[in-house]
Design a binder for this molecule. Structure first.
Ligand code: NDP
Length: 273
């Protein structure tokens, strides 16, 4: 058998990530001959660690915190979605060039539309947060043609700046938490508040009984955000599907083959919890 092509996830820390299990399952399912490993880079050693990986013949990397901006700066060419996201989570090495892509936002939209069955077209969407994850989600959400996309952030200036920056791509606006009005069809928590078991200051009235409340974070237990949304009668979903779908998109970028995420999902969810 030919030597497998080498892929991995570079980050700091990185050992907790489920990505090797996910890509291992995708490779087994599609018959692709590859390996996928954790690559811990020193905080000041992203470029050096990546260069060693390339010299050793590595074909592609996923990039996680805190290196997504460095990866964006270092790529020779960027896809449009990576350029607008301002961050790169997928690097592909081919013909001596490094392509930078961002599959996080597409992964989110695919999980909401294909897996949760909620079409974004014609919907009122509320996005909480204005960090890297929120930024990467904006263009893919606007491409799904919602009626409106409202950004709200603890530091309002950041939400205002993002809304201005993306205004040419669709109906986007920014609001303060206290100024939000009415019910939204989809409310996405792209803040990191859940990491500290905190609830962003989102008013209860944004959730209705047909609202999908989505937390990009995932874990064994529902986040405080999802618990709060459920108390208001909303449907809830965590970010595990986003993780799977961004990985599937990266796999497609690297291999030109799309894994069946529906098949892989139950097994991966069971092994992750
Ligand atoms: P950043 O650090 O870039 O941004 C954090 C954001 O959260 C900022 O908007 C910040 O507001 C806001 N925030 C932090 N704490 C609070 C709080 N207590 N109340 C209200 N707002 C708060 O993080 P990322 O954008 O990279 O990640 C955000 C989340 O998305 C994380 O939980 C991460 O795990 C998840 N994620 C999930 C993925 C998946 O595949 N499922 C992929 C990528 C990310 P301010 O600007 O005021 O500081």
């Amino acid at each position: 058998m030919a030597t497998p092509d080498r892929y991995g996830l570079i980050g700091h820390p990185v050992a907790h990530s489920k990505s090797p299990a996910i890509h291992g399952a995708f490779a087994a399912q599609t018959g692709q001959n590859l390996t996928y490993e954790h690559i811990l880079a020193p905080l000041d050693g992203f470029v050096a660690t990546m260069q060693i990986f390339i010299e050793q013949g590595g074909k592609g990397l996923n990039v996680t915190l805190p290196f997504k901006l460095e990866a964006h700066a270092l790529a020779d060419t960027l896809t449009a979605r990576a350029r607008m996201a301002g961050a790169v989570n997928t690097l592909k090495m081919a013909d001596g060039q490094i392509l930078g892509d961002n599959t996080d936002g597409v992964g989110l939209v695919t999980d909401i539309e294909s897996n949760a069955g909620v079409t974004l077209s014609g919907k009122r969407v509320l996005l909480l947060g204005a960090g890297g994850a929120a930024r990467g989600a904006i263009l893919p959400i606007l491409n799904a043609r919602p009626t409106s996309l409202t950004l709200v952030n603890r530091s309002p200036d950041k939400a205002n700046a993002l809304a201005s920056e993306f205004s040419a791509f669709g109906p986007i606006d920014a609001s303060a938490f206290t100024a939000l009005q009415g019910v939204f069809d989809v409310v996405i928590n792209a803040t990191s508040a859940s990491l500290g078991n905190e609830l962003p200051p989102v008013p209860a009235h944004v959730f209705g009984t047909t609202t999908l409340a989505y937390d990009m974070m995932y874990g064994n237990e529902p986040t405080v955000f999802l618990q709060f949304a459920k108390q208001q009668g909303a449907k809830t979903r965590d970010g595990f599907g986003m993780l799977i779908e961004q990985a599937a998109e990266s796999f497609f970028v690297w291999r030109g083959v799309r894994p069946d995420t529906q098949k892989a999902f139950p097994e991966l969810r069971a092994s992750a919890t």
